[in-house]
Design a protein around this ligand. Structure first.
Ligand SMILES: [Mg+2]
Length: 232
């Protein structure tokens, strides 16, 4: 890609390993609240219900169908209800503790450090995340990501989630970057790729789980972060 000066990254599951870090915290809370002992469901049985509830609510948040507060009020109650525990008394406590503690693990995605080291001298690096303001800063400050990025923008701070133009424009303004001199890297086709290309930014789709996705000719697809070196 030519004439690129700025590289913008999504955070969750692009640089910061949300799946892994969330899993560590969930296992801990599940044991602490003795869910298996009291109700007979193993963590392995619980996890898919949480995953589905979390993914769906984040997609709804991205699409403007639920607010941050609704997402937080519904994520665990709905996961437990779907599993067959509609009256699980610790569901909201789970949410509060989860958000407080998820950033105590700060694993980054495989290849993140290598690729950030490679990119940092060639470009100015930035974060644009759909996450909440406070949690996003904790994730960055608790991980190696803080050593590489110049600006951080969240959906909450911008007042709109990706793919809305306001999220990208806020991030570009903060970075003092032009869209055509910028590339966006993320793992959500709609929020990240549709959002970035509609702004006139370049885009690279990170698809580590090799999931089905749409396709646009000018958007390269990578499955490992180190493949970014082929394009940048
Ligand atoms: Mg992501």
């Amino acid at each position: 890609m030519e004439n690129i000066k700025h590289v913008f990254f999504d955070l969750d599951n692009t640089l910061w390993d949300y799946r892994r870090n969330a899993n560590i915290t969930l296992v801990k809370l599940y044991e602490e609240f003795q869910v298996e002992e009291k109700y007979g469901f193993t963590f392995k049985e619980f996890y898919p219900f949480y995953y589905e509830s979390n993914e769906q609510l984040w997609a709804d948040y991205r699409d403007g169908k639920v607010t941050k507060d609704e997402l937080r009020a519904r994520r665990f109650p709905e996961a437990f209800a779907e599993m067959g525990l509609p009256n699980f008394e610790h569901a909201l406590e789970f949410e509060r503790r989860f958000v407080d503690e998820v950033t105590t693990s700060n694993y980054v995605v495989e290849g993140a450090e290598e690729v950030l080291e490679y990119l940092k001298d060639k470009y100015t690096l930035h974060i644009l995340s759909n996450g909440f303001e406070e949690v996003t800063h904790s994730k960055i400050n608790g991980s190696i990501v803080k050593d590489y990025v110049q600006t951080i923008t969240t959906a909450e701070g911008a007042g709109a989630p990706k793919p809305e133009p306001l999220a990208f424009q806020t991030s570009l303004d903060k970075a003092q970057a032009k869209a055509e001199e910028s590339v966006y890297i993320g793992d959500d086709w709609i929020a990240d790729m549709i959002g970035a290309t509609r702004m006139g930014m370049h885009a690279i789709f990170f698809n580590p789980l090799n999931e089905n996705h749409m396709w646009i000719e000018e958007v390269p697809v990578i499955e490992k972060l180190v493949e970014l070196k082929e394009y940048l």
